[in-house]
Design a protein around this ligand. Structure first.
Ligand SMILES: [Zn+2]
Length: 288
């Protein structure tokens, strides 16, 4: 029997490489115009709701933040019928009151990445999507509620700085980001958020705070050891929240994510190379 089209997609970050408890489990290998995703996508049902799960760094954590094939990942989820993507990720806190083992659902981003393709467009077709508010407000609000119900301490907004990595920041950078007003720092919310917007998917981040980066005068600077130890402690809350989110009955609030490309394609339709038009059909057919 075919698995129903999953509406909810989960991208698991550090510490969340598998998703237990799914019925009618299937592993789907998907090829995209941008190559293969990080791993096979696992689809299945949770209390009768279909969902798709993809470990961002691959099982066994083989891909660095720079190496994650984000275009393939977002494309693959879209092609399965996913409409809402929850990204689970580990972040460092840049604020005293955002403590390790808390969660944050950020509402803003600062891009400090520099080596990652961040658009599906180009090569003869140009699109400029609005990105003033980079996360879906409806999905963010549901993630926040789900985390609270899972018993987590959750911060409902904040600015997430995305750095290239893979080394952690210098102390000067950490202090700079604090001066910019940022709340947390991580390596993966971009280009995921931009590509999800271009793919007209709702996208929001469930970020697990694992450390105080390296700005804090009395706390130890971040290390893989601290990150992993704290992730193990709060991955249970993250799982509970994801279950809650996937099976919850409340309707999602309104958002405009599904129309993000309306008016965004600036290239004259007759000038779009036919091969690109065909390649991007999944995203642009409804507008051409
Ligand atoms: Zn949305």
């Amino acid at each position: 029997m075919a698995v129903p089209r999953p509406e909810i997609g989960i991208i698991g970050g550090s510490g969340l490489y598998r998703f237990d408890g799914l019925a009618r489990l299937r592993e789907v290998e998907i090829d995209t115009p941008y190559g293969h995703p990080s791993d096979a996508i696992v689809t299945g049902e949770l209390s009768g709701r279909a969902l798709a799960f993809l470990p961002r760094h691959g099982r066994g954590h083989r891909l660095s933040p720079t190496e994650v094939p984000v275009r393939a990942n977002i494309w693959a989820l879209k092609s399965l019928g996913v409409r809402r993507v929850t990204s689970v990720s580990a972040v460092g806190s840049l604020r005293e009151h955002i403590r390790p083992l808390d969660f944050i659902v950020p509402d803003q981003l600062i891009d400090r990445t520099r080596a990652r393709p961040s658009t599906f467009f180009g090569d003869g077709i140009v699109a400029h999507v609005g990105f003033a508010d980079p996360f879906c407000p409806a999905l963010s609000s549901r993630i926040e509620t789900s985390l609270s119900r899972a018993g987590a301490r959750v911060h409902g907004r904040g600015t997430y700085v995305v750095m290239e990595g893979p080394a952690f920041s210098t102390r000067a950078e950490s202090l700079l980001y604090r001066n910019l007003g940022a709340s947390v720092i991580g390596m993966t919310a971009l280009p995921e958020a931009k590509l999800a917007r271009e793919a007209e998917l709702c996208y929001a981040v469930m970020a697990a705070v694992t450390d105080y980066d390296c700005w804090h005068p009395t706390e130890e600077a971040v290390s893989v050891e601290t990150v992993v130890a704290n992730l193990e402690r709060n991955v249970a809350s993250a799982r509970k929240a994801v279950y809650e989110l996937a099976t919850g009955d409340e309707p999602f609030g309104p958002c405009d994510c599904a129309n993000a490309l309306r008016g965004a394609i600036i290239t004259a339709p007759e000038r779009i190379p036919p091969a690109r038009r065909k390649e991007l059909a999944l995203l642009i057919d409804k507008y051409l």
